[in-house]
Design a protein around this ligand. Structure first.
Ligand code: BGC
Length: 882
């Protein structure tokens, strides 16, 4: 019986170098077989560089997640080495490994660097990346060297020719007017005594680049990409960006997020200090204080080898990576002759040919003018969303200008590699089952998450959007948080959101950062992210501070942001609502369900959520006020949308699912629930279990069926084969979640709509059902301290397993049906307990450890549900994937 501490961390950071908090909260994760182990006390020890004790604080407490910093506050650059030991009733853990926590630059006065840039470039064009260079002297006995760096734009930085860190597109995308994030690098190993040099590439990034559809806008935050860097040795500034630096262009002619990069290898990227370098221009120091980033860096997280290189019927050479992803391709091999190489990135083939239409105005191409001195190539300041790389019609235009590209025709699989780029969040959730296609569906959700977390949560990684659409992350957040620890990234994004909302007078924009004023539009489901995302993060991490930080914006949304009808206080029916966005089987994008019903259902729910948050934070008056408001809103909601005999004005799956899920049942007419459930069953059957919900209905429909006695219908829908269904894209070879279930039509043509992405995570929110109901685990109390284990096997699935690394440690549940027996294995981490609710069994409460359950199993006789149809109707065609 053992308990160990596997990880000690601060706040939601993956590393503790250069943190922005002066009293960062500490958390430790457990592992071990100990049964019913609960922490009763802990010791936190400060140690010196040799591990010797400096100070130990003993705390009698069961808390092991986000406990207060017990030592003197950290100052700028100050370093503390800590370790922890936890004590249970009779068993203690050993000491954890030592965590070194170091403060970043916390005050304005710490920054001696200036913001430096090149000449002013044309306003209406992509900015050409430029290089910066400086030299500095390092004393003989230098010990600890730190580089604090950020950019207005994107940077790559080198010391003595060696790249610093492995971050790409740094510092990422934020609302630069409120958060300019910097990162601290340990560069001790880069330096040598005496003369050293530091160089950087700076590109336009999101800061000055083109963003938004329909052509978008440039220079949203500024038109002058620039760098801010400060290099310190043993706490003393020895180099900093200032007017002594020099700049010059290099081999990159263009590098932009949507359009890709153009590189001329005929221009040498030398780093020799001579007269060819120009004096930099300095800009005013930013109005905002640069802050330590909370988010993990964007990194190259995986390489993918091509699976095939083919020639299309029209003669284009294309490379298939076999997986749709966000990132770029690297050319490793050497083309046999000079010439122009153009890589065009796209997601799907249409009837065997390249079709760039879904990318709209984004060019998504990288061009190399190969004029000798070939060293291989990969782009610096762009990314693409793609599975295929090939030549587009444009290539031929270009090649006729720069002839010698025939050698490109011979490209081999070893000459090119796909590089997956994403914010490097820790993967914490897994699922697998006996059903191969469901496993692929789940993999597709994971891939879409990775591709849509490049710096911030986006809609898609490929076309001329890639924006922080608020509705998409609102519906997807529970799935994202199950699969990855996205807290640092999402909490950082919420700060941008709060800022944008304050600028837009209480309205939460539909994209954050807001790239144009016309995105400052109030819409339910989208704007509701201001309350619902913090609630999800709190549920997954137990961090009430996220709620506290976002409380004022939540209230502001309800008080000023939501545009109400003065007579009812519901949403103003004259305003636009996205509603159950992209529900299929209907013309237009906002679904068959009345978008205002969707909006108002959310309004009652969100008002209740804010009341609950007020209660948690101890704001009793607010709690009562919002509870009363929610009650009043529910009464008008009932009057407006539900008849006296409990039919809904929108007779749809999404409408009924929302009412049931948000518990919008008439308080004095509990029979309403049963009537609605019966109607929902009718509608689901009538649709032949095809998907009939969009953004609002999809995350909840299967849960609602499962929770209301219709589990067999949930599984029938989950396993349905014909489009639109969850498995139909998988059957068509999808490797990511599509924006629409029929982004690709059954005949192999791309959906004719102009909003057709093949990598949108929003509808992947169906994975929540796989995690919670098929696999069977969910947090019951914030932070997973109390866990619900409630698998509900069904359909034709004979085994499943699911796991999540919670703040306390790993939670898992695996089950298998072997003949007439259901066997369930549950793992609960130390310091947690679980309510185990298994089919046909009494509920049990268990503590930490491995628990095995076994019970007689009888398959649900209701599966598969069928429908009898009059003989004059066509027979049912929608089968399911067994
Ligand atoms: C985006 C979304 C978004 C929607 C809302 C689309 O263009 O890609 O996913 O939520 O617009 O209008």
């Amino acid at each position: 019986m053992s308990v160990d501490i596997t990880r000690l961390s601060v706040e939601h950071h993956r590393t503790a170098l250069g943190v922005g908090e002066t009293a960062p909260r500490l958390s430790w994760r457990f592992e071990g077989s100990a049964r019913d182990w609960y922490q009763q006390a802990y010791d936190i020890r400060r140690v010196d560089d040799d591990g010797g004790e400096i100070e130990t604080v003993h705390v009698d407490s069961g808390e092991s997640v986000l406990v207060p910093w017990p030592f003197a506050p950290l100052g700028s650059r100050s370093r503390t080495r800590v370790k922890v030991q936890a004590h249970g009733k009779s068993v203690s853990t050993g000491w954890s490994s030592v965590l070194e926590v170091e403060g970043g630059l916390l005050d304005r006065s710490d920054w001696q660097a200036q913001v430096v840039t090149c000449e002013q470039q044309p306003f209406d064009k992509a900015k050409r990346p430029f290089r910066l260079l400086s030299a500095f002297h390092v004393p003989d006995n230098a010990q600890r060297a730190r580089l604090y760096v950020t950019a207005l734009g994107a940077y790559e930085i080198y010391v003595n020719g060696k790249r610093v860190g492995d971050e790409v597109l740094a510092p990422g995308w934020t609302q630069y007017n409120t958060q300019l994030v910097y990162r601290t690098h340990d560069i001790s190993a880069h330096l040598r005594p005496g003369e050293n040099w530091i160089g950087a590439w700076v590109g336009e990034g999101w800061y000055a680049g083109r963003l938004g559809f329909g052509g978008g806008r440039r220079n949203i935050w500024g038109s002058r990409p620039a760098l801010l860097a400060q290099l310190e040795v043993d706490g003393k500034v020895i180099a900093r960006t200032d007017e002594s630096w020099r700049w010059k262009y290099g081999s990159l002619l263009e590098s932009s997020i949507y359009d890709g990069e153009i590189c001329d290898t005929g221009i040498e990227d030398d780093w020799k200090w001579d007269d060819s370098w120009n004096p930099v221009e300095t800009l005013d120091f930013p109005d905002v204080l640069p802050c330590a980033t909370q988010s993990p860096p964007i990194r190259e997280i995986q390489n993918i080898k091509p699976v095939e290189i083919i020639t299309t019927p029209s003669g284009k050479i294309i490379v298939d990576f076999g997986q749709n992803f966000g990132g770029y391709a690297e050319l490793l091999g050497t083309p046999p002759s000079a010439g122009t190489i153009e890589l065009t990135h796209f997601e799907v083939l249409e009837h065997g040919e390249v079709n760039m239409r879904p990318l709209r105005t984004a060019k998504c191409r990288d061009v190399v003018y190969n004029r000798g001195s070939w060293k291989g190539y990969k782009p610096k300041f762009t990314f693409h969303g793609f599975r295929w790389v090939g030549s587009s019609p444009e290539v031929h235009r270009m090649t006729s200008r720069y002839v010698h590209v025939n050698g490109w025709n011979d490209i081999k699989a070893d000459d090119i590699v796909g590089i997956v780029v994403s914010t490097d969040m820790e993967r914490v959730g897994h699922f697998s089952s006996s059903h191969k296609l469901l496993n692929r569906l789940h993999e597709n959700v994971v891939w879409s998450t990775i591709a849509n977390c490049i710096s911030l949560p986006t809609d898609c990684p490929q076309r001329d959007e890639r924006l922080g659409w608020t509705g998409d992350v609102q519906v997807f957040a529970p799935t994202l948080s199950f699969l990855f620890d996205g807290t640092g990234m999402l909490d950082g994004w919420l700060k941008d959101l709060a800022y944008e909302q304050s600028v837009a007078k209480g309205v939460v924009p539909i994209v954050v950062p807001s790239v144009d004023d016309h995105f400052n539009l109030p819409s339910a489901v989208w704007g509701d992210v201001v309350a619902l995302l913090p609630a999800v993060l709190h549920r997954f991490t137990g961090d009430a501070r996220i709620l506290a930080n976002m409380y004022a914006p939540m209230v502001d949304w309800l008080e000023r942001g939501v545009k109400r009808d003065p007579a009812t206080q519901l949403w103003d029916p004259r305003d636009m609502q996205f509603g159950d966005w992209l529900a299929p089987q209907v013309e237009g994008s906002n679904g068959i369900t009345d978008p205002h019903l969707v909006a108002d259902a959310y309004l009652v729910h969100v008002t209740r959520v804010v009341a609950h948050v007020a209660g948690l934070l101890g704001y009793r008056d607010d709690q009562q006020r919002f509870e009363a408001e929610a009650e009043a809103l529910l009464a008008v909601f009932q009057d407006t949308y539900i008849t006296a005999r409990h039919r809904t004005v929108s007779d749809t799956q999404a409408a009924i699912a929302l009412i049931l899920h948000f518990d919008l049942i008439h308080p004095d007419q509990p029979e309403q629930r049963q009537v609605l459930v019966q109607r929902l069953e009718k509608l689901v059957t009538k649709c032949l279990w095809q998907v009939a919900t969009g953004f609002a209905g999809t995350p909840i429909i299967l849960h609602v069926l499962a929770e209301n006695g219709l589990l067999h219908h949930a599984y029938r829908m989950l396993q349905a084969k014909d489009s639109p269904s969850w498995l139909s894209p998988v059957l068509l070879g999808a490797t990511t979640i599509w924006e629409r279930w029929d982004s690709m039509l059954q005949d192999g043509s791309i959906n004719p709509d102009d909003m057709v992405s093949f990598n949108h995570y929003a509808l992947g929110s169906v994975a929540q059902f796989l995690h919670k109901v098929v696999g069977g685990i969910a947090p019951l109390e914030p932070g997973w301290r109390k866990i619900l284990v409630k698998p509900r096997p069904g359909g034709t699935i004979t085994s499943a397993s699911v796991s999540h690394v919670s703040p306390y440690g790993k939670v898992s549940c695996g089950w298998a049906i072997v003949r007439d027996t259901l066997k369930v294995e549950v793992q609960i981490p130390p310091n947690c307990s679980a309510v185990v609710d298994l089919p046909e069994s009494p509920t049990a409460i268990v503590g930490s450890g491995q628990h095995t359950f076994s019970m007689a199993w009888q398959a649900d006789k209701r599966f598969p549900p069928t429908v009898s149809r009059p003989h004059f109707l066509p027979p049912i065609t929608n089968t399911f994937v067994p």
